[in-house]
Design a protein around this ligand. Structure first.
Ligand code: GTP
Ligand code: MG
Length: 370
């Protein structure tokens, strides 16, 4: 049975403790602010004060994706999380490589991005930007559908020699649906036949009005190959991020989102986690989707082992009991018993869902037999 002190309940309802104490007296169950009260009395009080009862399912941890989970005084600025989107071969990975001074494209099979890379880049003014390189829009949409909208800003990469293509238009639609601002990077500006003006004009058809045309969408001409326009692009991100005043509380138990996860032959289950709030530390006990674990090691985007990771940092986490799914939330909990309890609860929930869906697959089986 759940219980809560009068003061805690007052705090959650944003009411004065004294008012709750008075109400309890009127209800015939006099209590002091430090007394614990039963759930049914708490529920009565909540409705009495005109609030809605939101019950956290007993077996699970309370996951909230909203920003105002922490008091304003605990919030510190955090790096923007930028997702790079665009049509196939328009240069998303090359651009990210150029920005971070690395070469991922060369190591990719067939030059096609197979997974989400997550990296942090330092801008000329010293601030950090977190970049996610997506293999396609499915990952973005899937994570959003699962309530894990990690992206603050979308960079739409459009090749200046190829123009807006179906996947560029799709990316615009996805970013708009998610309410995420778009910065357009007009890439391959070095190529013969490059026509940036044409791209800007075509953007109009999709209600993206660039600044030169009186709108508020920033666009930057770049060449990932010749490494031109990169600082301008980083500046544009900084401008957009400043407007958004992105913040998180680093001084709490960590919460993060899985951006990718895999079973590594040597290292076991590995998940790339984007820390959303709090600080994730080696030794922390956590639940992650339907898996529990203890952080055995944290590896940053340079492949270096680190002791802790703060908001907006992408890190590889080792020490998972199994492989979670992209979009799952990692939540640090107080102890192993609690972690296992929550993981078991979630596994049961998942099994129940599958059982409910069983008739459908049975039907499918009969069809297959017929
Ligand atoms: P997918 O991950 O497959 O969707 O592709 P991508 O958008 O990540 O494109 P990628 O970075 O792999 O680049 C595709 C091709 O375009 C490669 O051959 C790059 O060398 C080339 N390319 C990228 N940027 C530029 C550029 O600024 N100028 C020129 N000339 N070529 C570029
Ligand atoms: Mg790529």
């Amino acid at each position: 049975p759940e219980s809560i002190t009068v003061a805690e309940l007052a705090n959650r309802m944003a009411e004065k403790t004294g008012d709750l104490v008075k109400a309890l007296f009127r209800m015939g169950s006099p209590s002091a602010s430090t007394d614990t009260i039963d759930q049914d009395i708490a529920e009565l009080l909540v409705t009495e004060f005109g609030h809605e009862i939101i019950r956290v399912s007993e077996g699970d941890v309370d996951i909230r994706h909203d920003e105002d989970i922490d008091d304003a005084e605990h919030l510190k600025p955090r790096a923007p999380v930028v997702t790079i989107m665009g049509h196939v071969d328009h240069g998303k990975t090359s651009l990210l490589d150029a920005l971070r001074g690395a070469n991922v494209v060369a190591g990719e099979a067939g030059g096609i991005t197979q997974h989400i890379g997550a990296y942090q880049v330092k801008t000329p003014d010293g601030s950090l930007v977190t970049f996610l390189d997506t293999p396609g829009h499915e990952a973005f949409t899937e994570m959003r559908q699962r309530g894990a909208n990690v992206t603050d800003i979308v960079i739409l990469v459009v090749a200046a020699d190829d123009g807006l293509k179906p996947q560029s238009i799709e990316a615009i639609a996805h970013a708009k649906a998610a309410g995420v601002p778009i910065i357009v990077a007009i890439n391959k500006i070095d190529k013969e036949g490059a026509n940036a003006q044409r791209v800007r004009e075509r953007l109009l058809e999709h209600e993206l009005v660039v600044e030169e045309m009186g709108g508020d969408v920033q666009n930057v001409e770049v060449s990932a190959l010749k490494k031109t326009g990169l600082d301008k692009l980083l500046d544009a991100i900084a401008v957009q991020a400043e407007i958004m005043e992105l913040k998180a509380n680093p001084d709490r138990a960590a919460e993060g989102t899985v951006v990718e996860a895999k079973l590594d032959k040597g290292r076991g289950p590995v998940a790339t986690i984007l820390v959303r709030r709090g600080t994730l530390k080696v030794g922390d006990i956590f639940v992650c989707g339907a898996e529990s674990g203890r952080v055995r090691a944290l590896i940053d985007d340079q492949g270096k082992q680190i002791k802790s990771a703060t908001p907006s940092m992408p890190v590889e986490v080792l020490g998972l009991g199994g492989v979670p799914m992209a979009g799952d939330t990692l939540t640090v909990v107080e102890n192993e018993a609690r972690a296992r309890e929550v993981a078991t609860y979630r596994q049961e929930q998942a099994t129940r869902k599958r059982t409910v869906q069983a008739p459908v697959s049975l039907e499918g089986m009969f069809e297959a037999l017929a």
